[in-house]
Design a protein around this ligand. Structure first.
Ligand code: NAD
Ligand code: AHE
Ligand code: ZN
Length: 369
């Protein structure tokens, strides 16, 4: 079938709106009509050329929601008409990683996904004779896409697509990092670096679990007001701090954070996030994605003296199991999503969405199909 898609032909170039050919679902795959997709900073990271795994031409987008319109042979877990969220972290429930119960990083299809291909090693998208790569196994910047059934979470039918698409990445990443990765407890002191589409979800989850102190660190002063509405208790703009940021945060938190979260993707702030943690037990969770060639560093003494450095992908959430629950949390009013969706765009306006992200004017832009 013909589908409308925003195609990335070259790193650093704007996306181009094209009519692309999409092949139907093969065995174990589903065809989804996307109703909405969010624009995550990671799409921009790959578009810019900073992603060592970046492949072109490709159809980006990994924060979608839609309806199953067809299924391939052997599909049992979803059917035509089901409302679903595509998962860039699938959950096969049978691989070594899924069975370990120690990680959400299902390895069933990671190798082909990293090559921009479906599990059988081919792409379903092409433009004329040119093969177009899938992206993060999702390619939600198209109004239809194909995914393996292990990479779709079935969600309730009363959830609005143009809001819950954000649960496909940003919401789950931020909320899950608090709930599943760090397991923040009531009374904790939390520091959040970066108050964007991910960091604000960390803030609201820290409030949800009962953190006492939630410090937000951001260079953009406009983030203070919205972060306070989401539960931030103290705002720190590094530009306004005299002297080093780390001792300032250690002092503010009365000895250091119990938990810190890096939601920027900057290796300097990753170090600051670790070093502002409390001696003996503070845990720092890296969420931000840093560009090709970047490395983190600290004095090993920071770890010898009990600070813990961790990372979190997709918030440690097991997609098919946890995403429907997070949709329920939203529908039940436990977490807020609507105020974070600052812009709703048409597919043709998608490049404007990336401009808004760079200008710090949007938290999340959503394309509605
Ligand atoms: P965003 O652009 O919405 O937010 C980033 C925020 O950081 C902005 O508010 C910006 O003002 C602030 N900032 C930038 N530089 C700063 C600095 N030096 N000090 C303080 N604040 C600074 O981005 P986002 O969508 O929230 O994504 C954040 C990061 O998380 C990105 O690197 C993205 O690729 C990554 N990410 C990771 C996962 C995962 O599973 N690990 C999932 C989604 C996104
Ligand atoms: N391709 C990059 C790494 C990108 C990355 O870390 N992706 C996160 C999700 S970001 C969502 O917005 C992730 O889940 N990674 C786990 C995985 O298996 O990709 C690089 O550096 O090569
Ligand atoms: Zn993302």
């Amino acid at each position: 079938m013909d589908v409308r898609a925003a195609v990335a032909f070259e790193a650093g170039k704007p996306l181009s709106i094209e009519t692309v050919h999409l092949e139907g679902p093969k065995a174990g795959e589903v065809l989804i009509e996307l109703k909405a997709t969010g624009l995550c900073h990671t799409d921009e990271f790959t578009r810019s050329g900073a992603d060592p795994e970046g492949l072109f031409p490709a159809i980006f987008g990994h924060e979608g929601a839609g309806i199953v319109v067809d299924v391939g042979p052997g599909v049992t877990s979803v059917k035509k008409g089901d409302h679903v969220i595509p998962l860039y972290t699938p959950e096969c429930r049978g691989c070594k990683s899924c069975l370990s119960q120690k990680t959400n990083l299902c390895t069933a299809i990671r190798a082909t996904q990293g090559k921009g291909l479906m599990p059988d090693g081919t792409s379903r998208f092409r433009l004329g004779k040119q093969m177009i790569h899938h992206y993060m196994g999702c390619s939600t910047f198209a109004n239809y896409t194909v995914l393996p059934e292990i990479a779709v979470a079935k969600i309730r039918e009363d959830a609005p697509f143009e809001k819950v698409c954000y649960i496909g990445c940003g919401v789950t990443t931020g909320v899950g990092a608090v709930v599943y990765t760090a397991k923040v407890e009531a009374g904790a002191k939390v520091v959040v670096f970066g108050l964007g589409g991910i960091g604000l979800n960390v803030v609201q989850a820290a409030r949800m679990v009962g953190a006492d102190m939630i410090v937000g660190v951001d260079l953009n002063p406009a983030r203070k007001e919205i972060a306070e509405k989401f539960g931030m208790t103290h705002f720190v703009n590094p530009k306004e701090v005299e002297g080093d940021l780390v001792p300032y945060l250690v002092n503010l938190t009365g000895g250091g954070a119990d938990y810190s979260f890096e939601c920027i993707g900057n290796v300097k702030t990753m170090r600051q996030a670790l070093e502002c943690c409390h001696r003996g037990w503070g845990e720092s969770i890296i969420i931000g994605v840093a560009g090709a060639g970047q490395e983190i560093s600290t004095r090993p003494f920071q770890l010898v003296t009990g600070r813990v450095w961790k990372g979190s992908a997709f918030g440690g959430a097991r997609g098919r199991t946890d995403v429907p629950k997070i949709v329920d949390w939203y529908m039940d009013g436990k977490i807020q999503v609507d105020p974070l969706i600052t812009h709703t765009l048409k597919l043709e306006e998608i490049n404007h969405g990336f401009d808004l992200m760079h200008e710090g004017k949007s938290i999340r832009s959503v394309v509605k199909y």
